[in-house]
Design a protein around this ligand. Structure first.
Ligand SMILES: [Zn+2]
Length: 56
């Protein structure tokens, strides 16, 4: 879920990356947001797969 920071584009912000372990395939992945404890995180491929399946 993205929030609207006024008129600034999100892409202008410095990227903050966090290393996580994908909850699906177990691979290490980097995500541009801070993972919440207890919440599943996915690598990009799995994230897209789950998003497309509609269960995110
Ligand atoms: Zn994965």
């Amino acid at each position: 879920m993205e929030r609207n920071f006024g008129k600034k584009r999100f892409g202008n912000y410095p990227r903050e990356e966090h290393e996580v372990t994908c909850s699906d395939c177990g691979e290490k992945a980097k995500v541009p947001f801070k993972p919440s404890p207890g919440r599943k995180v996915y690598c990009r491929a799995c994230w897209e797969k789950h998003r497309d399946a509609g269960d995110l």
